[in-house]
Design a protein around this ligand. Structure first.
Ligand code: NIG
Ligand code: FE
Length: 421
């Protein structure tokens, strides 16, 4: 498929359930607002040059004055949903790690596998051996697979390079994926993902990443955000503070891996420094929820990681009840979540995190967009937003779309006005 916004006009009519349409983008939805994505029964939606032009109920459909070059699609009995926004992925990586998966089935833990040189370091070794072009090709294939599943915008992290050259290589690949212009791609520098071989001092490595590699990343304009794996056995509060302070000086928002296995005060530190989001939160204490209730930092849940590693699911209900604008993303990566299936992630929001289907949908669309600062352009179908949507198979409601958890729901996917399947 071509990049950019497709030229042309498309009318989707007799839509059973249209979600996310309005005069404006739905934007970031917090607390009780998360049930408020607009829903319209028996509706039409007009799209032009890759953007939403207009829409409304069929009862007041104005008719078609100009048939010239107009494609008309009948969506009776189906839902039209905004395309997913996946605000946390490690999509650029060299290879899968299924042998570690088998090791885990045989009884080793994620941490034990990492301690034996598996895990992130295993991915780093494979990535360093791969050329930038080869890395681009495997990553593009993954991105196209996600797009066919209905993902209309993504974030991509570095973090499998772990040295200057390889971190820059990863970010260049992510930028090249964005430059194809098929969907918006935001990039994140995650140099502090694990301490590679050759470094005995965690702080010395973090300082190298923050003081030497980050400036090179900034110089080449390769990252939109920074990230660090703030976790026992990886990077502590001091290293996290160092990165947050440097990022603030450079005007780069922070999105931080925190509370995956242990809660050690990382949430409070990130909120204090005005981080854009804190991601994972499988382990969440009452004081962490209270910090996030201030609304300064968005929580991002990664339920596919909980499912795959058998970790607790983020307490979505508690976060939304506390007034947070919760987002859901996949964490797509070869170690803890080898899937980019946003539909499954959203369905788990309801099955395991206590969210109502409308809340899960908001978390996986407009709030995912807000977690990337993209809520004006994607995550909804407001007038002027990108014409990126999922036309489902026959489904009665949003509730059914999230209840049908294991089966694909997308009959067709339109991204920036172009059918991708
Ligand atoms: O988000 N937790 C840290 N990083 C990734 C997993 C990385 C890996 O195992 O390759 C995550 O779960
Ligand atoms: Fe992650």
């Amino acid at each position: 498929m071509e990049g950019g916004f497709a030229k042309g006009r498309l009318l989707i009519k007799d839509i059973g359930t249209l979600v996310g349409f309005g005069a404006e983008a739905p934007g970031k939805l917090a607390g009780g607002e998360m049930r408020g994505l607009p829903v319209m029964a028996d509706a039409w939606l007009a799209l032009e040059d890759g953007r939403v032009l207009d829409g409304g109920p069929m009862s007041v459909f104005p008719g078609i004055a100009d048939w010239n070059g107009l494609e008309v699609v009948d969506a009776s009995g189906r839902c039209v949903l905004p395309a997913w926004v996946d605000s946390h992925t490690h999509l650029v990586h060299a290879a899968s790690r299924e042998s570690e998966y088998v090791d885990r089935i045989r009884g080793l833990s994620y941490q034990e596998i990492a301690a034996r040189g598996g895990g992130i370091l295993n991915s780093a070794k494979a990535l360093r051996e791969m050329t930038e072009d080869a890395l681009f090709e495997v990553s593009l294939e993954r991105m196209e697979r996600l797009m066919r599943m209905g993902t209309g915008a993504i974030e991509i992290k570095s973090g499998y390079g772990l040295d200057m050259e390889s971190e820059l290589k990863m970010l260049r690949v992510a930028r090249r994926l964005g430059a194809l212009d098929r969907i918006p791609v935001k990039t994140t520098f995650l140099g502090c993902h694990a301490v590679p071989e050759g470094w005995s001092d965690t702080m010395a490595y973090a300082r190298h990443m923050v003081k030497e590699v980050l400036p090179a990343v900034v110089e080449e304009q390769l990252a939109d955000h920074v990230d660090i794996f703030c976790e026992e056995g990886y990077f502590g509060l001091e290293e996290t503070r160092l990165l947050l302070e440097e990022a603030r000086l450079r005007g780069l928002p922070a999105k931080v891996h925190v509370n995956q296995f242990k809660a050690t005060g990382g949430v409070a530190l990130c909120v204090e420094h005005g981080a854009m989001s804190v991601d994972h939160l499988e382990v969440l204490r009452a004081e962490d929820v209270a910090e996030l209730a201030t609304g300064k930092t968005m929580p991002v849940a990664l339920p596919l990681c909980s499912l795959f590693l058998d970790l607790p699911f983020t307490q979505g209900r508690a976060l939304v009840d506390a007034g947070c604008a919760l987002a859901i993303a996949t964490d797509f990566n070869p170690g803890s979540a080898p899937s980019g299936n946003m539909h499954l992630a959203a369905a788990l929001g309801s099955m395991r995190m206590g969210l109502e289907p409308m809340e899960s949908l908001a978390a996986a669309t407009t709030n995912g967009a807000a977690a990337l600062g993209l809520e004006k352009s994607v995550g909804g179908l407001g007038i002027g937003q990108e014409a990126s949507l999922i036309l489902t198979r026959p489904l009665r409601s949003v509730e059914e779309a999230l209840y049908a958890f294991g089966d694909p729901i997308a009959e067709r996917v339109l991204l920036r006005g172009q059918w991708v399947n």
